[in-house]
Design a protein around this ligand. Structure first.
Ligand code: APR
Length: 387
């Protein structure tokens, strides 16, 4: 079995397979230090934690992760909080930085006897419609190489080789939202005990705890803004303004450790199987980070794929593989639907034309029902923390 990509999708899949005695290798373009320090998501849904526990992959997050269950909305009509552990299904998130989870998964995979080829870039998957597909690679020493396997899992994200190797008829449902965020990692403790969503006329701002010393912030900016366009001071001033620091208390400032430009964009490939090639994680679908669904979907899909591959490779039962695409797509589309609802909730439009005014009034009404309607809050909680 060859797995492309050592992100959450590829590593959860690899860990489960190796644990079941299936020989597998993970090909990863980057170096180990890079994948273990890259700041990404951090909010693990209750189902994700259950999957990781089921497969002996949750020690680190149970030891060092922190339960999280409240979000706070700051709007032109004041602020309100929702404790979603008391709403909907009564579930909560565990906050654990994705790079820490990746480090745990790498260590566990190697302990279990799995093999990871860091610095190895997959170039193309060939012959997926046959019995033994091949992956063409550039090895760590720069030389070309080939890996053959009974199955290939494309867990190599949006720009990976799996996506580039799909047959021409593959459908790509795509939506470019024309919304850009600066994704910031600040060397500063969280400023509140909740996820903070500020809906402001100057644009969205978000606050998400990562650890007791490090906080993730998001700041909506004009599309096309380079990541380094704003000084640290301008970033903090803008965050203060949008998050209402004058009214609700100052933010803990600190050095901006990492910054990136996040263009909100969604897509879903269909189907997620092409012969012996299967897609999971970002390779299967991109989802905006507004509702923290990407990593959670990746883990869910990895477990489904691991089960199906195990049945196929150990007892010759291919029913799971046949149903893999349709099962995942049901989850993916529900998550997309909720994430687009969140995008509509969190972003206003700056124009004064009728269309923008209408959009902004709808957004305000949506926030008002979330603030006041218990059934709306239950619906929100169920979708916010579920996958
Ligand atoms: N060959 C080998 N490896 C590759 C290649 C390639 N051609 N292209 C990309 N990769 C590697 C990347 O370096 C990365 O480590 O594949 C890995 C993909 O990992 P992620 O991007 O973390 O994707 P995934 O495992 O699908 O995780 C899903 O977590 O934080 C979220 O936004 C993130 O939604 C994403 C989610």
């Amino acid at each position: 079995m060859v797995i492309l990509g050592a992100g959450p999708a590829g590593l959860v899949l690899g860990n489960i397979l190796v644990d079941r005695g299936i020989d597998c290798v993970v090909l990863e373009r980057s170096e180990r230090a890079h994948v273990q320090t890259r700041a990404r998501a951090g909010f693990l849904a209750a189902n994700t934690v259950r999957v990781l526990e089921r497969h002996g992959l949750a020690d680190g997050l149970l030891r060092n992760g922190r339960a999280h269950h409240t979000c706070e909305f700051r709007t032109e009509d004041g602020r309100f909080r929702l404790d979603y552990s008391g709403l909907g299904l009564g579930e909560r998130h565990t906050v654990y930085p994705q790079q820490a989870l990746v480090a745990d998964l790498v260590a566990r995979f190697l302990e279990r006897g799995g093999q990871i080829r860091f610095g190895t870039e997959a170039l193309a998957v060939r012959g997926a419609d046959g019995e033994w597909p091949e992956v063409e690679v550039r090895e760590a020493d720069g030389r070309p190489g080939r890996w053959r396997a009974r199955y290939v899992a494309g867990c190599d994200g949006r720009h990976g080789a799996a996506r580039r190797s799909l047959p021409p008829g593959t459908a790509r449902h795509h939506r470019d939202l024309d919304i850009t965020w600066l994704g910031l990692l600040a060397d500063a403790p969280p400023s509140m005990d909740a996820v903070g969503y500020a809906v402001h006329e100057r644009g969205f701002a978000g606050h998400m705890a990562r650890t007791s010393d490090v906080t993730r912030y998001y700041l909506q900016c004009e599309p096309g803004t380079p990541a380094d366009a704003w000084s640290d001071e301008r970033i903090w001033d803008e965050l203060d303004l949008r998050m209402g620091a004058a009214k609700y208390g100052p933010l803990h400032r600190g050095r901006i450790l990492q910054r990136s430009v996040v263009e909100l964009e969604s897509d879903v490939l269909e189907p997620l199987r092409h012969g012996a090639l299967f897609l999971a994680g970002d390779a299967a679908a991109l989802i905006s980070p507004s509702a923290a669904k990407g990593a959670n979907l990746a883990v869910l899909e990895a477990e489904l794929l691991a089960r199906a591959l195990t049945d196929a490779l150990t007892i010759g039962d291919t029913e799971g593989l046949d149903g893999y695409s349709a099962r995942c797509l049901t989850h993916i589309w529900r998550a997309q639907e909720f994430s687009h609802w969140m995008i509509g909730l969190l972003h206003g439009r700056s124009g004064t034309d009728g269309e923008s005014l209408f959009h902004n009034s709808l957004r305000r009404a949506r926030l008002a029902s979330l603030r006041t309607s218990r059934s709306q809050q239950d619906w929100f909680a169920e979708h916010y923390v579920g996958v």
